[in-house]
Design a protein around this ligand. Structure first.
Ligand code: SAH
Length: 251
């Protein structure tokens, strides 16, 4: 049953998602005004009618709803890339993770959802304003007991040790390698997101100085398929490039 103040998702007749709170408030949409007080006490799956008689389906938010509605400051890591990190590192319940930079906290939230209830994520962010926004996003996603933001330059050092995974999405990941070597447990993974080949070259030059193995780099391309009655085919447009993902394992 939905309680007063709980975060909910309402889905309109065109599939549009509204992330709101069940409270004494009104939601104005192109399908009319929804009285959010009506959602209190209802079960997920219930239908609420707007003042125009249009249906809205009430749901509890999934992590993907929070990620979709984040307050975004820098570019966030997209699900296609975040998903590869799981596939290549096996991060899961109980994992201890350091992430940098936090940015809007999208990757940190994605990872926090996977490592709970016993694991944790510490996300380093050098900019105080971004650290605050990331913290707000993490709180909205209900993960503030699992994911913490640290307002710190990760190029200086990593405070935590015995880590299962370090994820890096910042301009000079090669400067983090000495700290990563110290902070990862033997067999722990490093996952680095870099937009340009030049970043990769700098990173690979530094790898040789440290004890990492199974180093590999991939690019993840996703094509959406448009399914229609008489013409099913890949969509004309796609996101051609976001970045390269490099994985390595500490010996
Ligand atoms: N992965 C994030 C986006 C990261 S954008 C997400 O999914 O939302 C890169 C972030 O790294 C920026 O916010 C930037 O301020 C931060 N950053 C850059 N250098 C840093 C450093 N040395 N230590 C910590 N954060 C840093």
């Amino acid at each position: 049953m939905i309680s007063d103040g709980e975060r909910i998702i309402l889905i309109d007749e065109e599939g549009r998602r509204y992330l709101v709170q069940a409270a004494q408030k009104k939601l104005h949409t192109k399908f009319g005004v929804v009285d959010l007080a009506e959602t209190i006490g209802k079960e997920p799956g219930a239908r609420i009618k707007s003042h125009l008689g249009k249906d809205f389906v009430l749901l509890r938010p999934a992590i993907v709803d929070y990620l979709h509605k984040l307050h975004r400051v820098p570019q966030i890591m997209l699900p296609k890339d975040a998903g590869q990190i799981v596939a290549h590192t096996g991060v899961g319940p109980g994992s201890r993770v350091v992430d940098a930079g936090a940015g809007s906290g999208a990757l940190a939230i994605f990872l926090g959802n996977l490592v709970r209830p016993t694991g944790w994520v510490i996300s380093y962010e050098v900019r105080e304003d971004f650290a605050k926004i990331a913290e707000e996003n993490i709180r909205m996603a209900g993960l503030d007991d699992i994911v913490k933001v640290k307002n710190k330059d990760i190029y200086q050092s990593i405070d935590e040790t015995g880590l299962d995974l370090i994820t890096l999405d910042l301009p000079q990941p090669e400067l983090v390698l000495p700290h990563a070597q110290q902070a990862l447990k033997p067999g722990g993974y490093l996952a680095v997101f870099t937009p340009c080949v030049e970043h990769l070259q700098r990173l690979y030059r530094e790898f040789g100085k440290f004890s990492f193995t199974n180093i590999s780099t991939i690019e993840c391309l996703v094509r959406e398929i448009e399914v229609r009655a008489n013409c099913t085919r890949p969509s004309t447009r796609m996101i051609a490039h976001t970045g390269y993902l490099t994985f390595a394992r500490r010996l």
